[in-house]
Design a protein around this ligand. Structure first.
Ligand code: SF4
Ligand code: SF4
Length: 469
């Protein structure tokens, strides 16, 4: 096979300039299913930052204030280990999925594809028409029709980019806060206005100009494909055995028996190339540019139907199945990934169950030793930090020493309230009779109460004089 196509990419011409892709509007059963999936995902994307579960935002990624909420479960920096495990599971799951099913995520679920193919391109088809009309418009001089269509398209693209920027910001700073800041007026929240303007500009640039190049040039996941795919992976593939046969692909001649003549089933109509949003020819084999969008499957099936040949010349298939008719099976590599995924998921579930909704840290004040007080009482000074991960205030909080007989004295108050999703900090003294200390440094246990209910048990160290060892 001539591999020259691998020396260039479909979106850059021989002079190194941008070759604009004008994909033909897809239609067919896969496109229909993809539209339904995209409607669901678009609703999910737009609603998630404004949905609340038990008072927590459904999805929140407030990096600056280090507040995270995933499916309504709040995560604090103290839960970072859980976050890391979730990220690792995400990576292993993606790898496993890619090894088995190629870039199915790109074609069906990636927000870039969803917005570009299911929102922006459909608006383009509506305003400028299908591939032929778009090419004609691009090549014609700037007359009234071109100015009207282009300006209308750019205004709509800009408005949608602005909308996406708002939703994106809601994921970062919180949906309620965004709405409040909009109601307060942008002049009162200049930093939010600047962020919105930058995000709008980026989204407009991506969807109006950069487009499929995100998948071809910028996306690291696409680059990973080369190392993850093998001959067993199910990908959008052209059945070259059937499409080419001994005589190769040729244009259809009326009444010919192509099989008897040794001609392939591909009638060289190029429809699969014309519908491709990344501008490639799937008949050249697996390519990094292919986002598995299935548009070429639909296109080829419609041609096969019209020339009375079986559908599936382009389909979800593996190289092994095309070459040697070996059906999909779980390879040792897949089994290994699945085992790792299973173990990590078990660890995550365990961590989620063991995760406290309150986190207490009591640490001795740095640089301080101990104080010898009247009646042989030894006193240590501590700072404490109590994080409330729940969406309700924790009231009447107090500490009780459980490992030793002694007292805990809070500076400035006896009991306090930890606000919902907030933290309380302060200083406290722990006093223990010297005769009760066996070591010069001992672990002590402390129960944290809310009213009469123990909400957490924690421990810290206590220093005493050596003479009592
Ligand atoms: S759409 Fe099908 S028949 Fe037409 S060129 Fe592509 S593979 Fe061949
Ligand atoms: S080759 Fe087919 S599946 Fe791949 S991006 Fe092009 S149209 Fe989509």
């Amino acid at each position: 096979m001539n591999e020259k196509f691998r020396d260039s990419i479909g979106t850059i011409n021989e002079e190194g300039k941008r070759a604009w892709v004008f994909p033909k509007k897809p239609s067919g059963i896969f496109y229909k299913y993809r539209k339904w999936v995209s409607y669901f995902l678009l609703v999910f994307l737009f609603v998630s930052p404004f949905l609340r579960i038990n008072g927590n935002q459904f999805l929140l990624f407030n990096v600056l204030e280090r507040k995270f909420s995933i499916f309504g479960f709040p995560f604090w920096p103290q839960d970072f280990h859980i976050f890391v495990i979730m990220m690792i599971i995400g990576v292993v799951f993606t790898v496993l999925f890619t090894v088995a099913f190629g870039r199915i995520f790109c074609g069906w679920m990636c927000p870039q594809t969803i917005f570009l193919e299911m929102v922006f391109r459909r608006i383009e088809y509506w305003i400028e028409g299908d591939r032929g009309k778009q090419m004609k418009l691009a090549n014609q001089a700037w007359n009234a029709e071109k100015i009207r269509k282009r300006v209308l398209k750019w205004i709509i693209f800009f408005l949608i980019s602005f909308l996406i920027a708002n939703v994106f910001l809601a994921y970062l700073i919180g949906g309620d806060r965004l709405i409040q800041e909009i109601l307060d007026g942008p002049h009162n929240h200049l930093s939010t206005l600047i962020s919105l303007s930058i995000f709008t500009g980026i989204f407009y640039f991506v969807f109006a100009w950069f487009r499929e190049q995100v998948c071809i040039i910028a996306c690291p996941y696409g680059r990973l494909q080369g190392v993850l795919l093998d001959n067993k992976s199910i990908i959008v593939a052209y059945d070259h055995k059937r499409g080419e046969r001994e005589e190769g692909r040729t244009i259809l001649k009326k009444g010919e028996d192509r099989e008897a003549l040794g001609k392939g089933d591909c009638v060289d109509c190029s429809l699969c190339v014309k519908v491709c949003p990344t501008g490639i020819d799937i008949r050249n084999g697996t390519q990094l540019e292919c986002i598995n969008c299935t548009a070429c499957i639909d296109a080829c099936d419609s041609i096969m139907e019209s020339v009375d040949l079986p559908k599936g010349l382009i389909s979800y298939n593996s190289e092994d199945n095309i070459e040697r008719k070996i059906k999909f099976s779980f390879s040792p590599r897949l089994k290994g990934y699945a085992a790792v995924l299973f173990i990590l998921t078990g660890v995550l579930v365990g961590m989620l169950f063991l995760r406290n909704s309150v986190e207490t840290n009591i640490l001795r004040l740095p640089g301080q030793l101990f104080e010898h007080k009247e009646n042989n009482i030894i006193s240590n000074v501590y700072t404490f930090k109590l994080v409330n991960k729940t969406s309700e205030d924790i009231e009447k909080v107090r500490f009780e020493l459980t490992s030793h007989e002694g007292t805990i004295k809070l500076v400035s108050h006896d009991e306090f309230t930890v606000p919902a999703q907030g933290l309380s900090e302060g200083t406290l003294f722990i006093e223990i009779k010297a005769s009760l200390l066996k070591e010069d440094k001992e672990r002590i246990s402390i129960d944290v109460f809310s009213g009469d209910v123990i909400i957490e048990t924690t421990s810290t160290s206590f220093l005493g004089p050596r003479s009592y060892r």
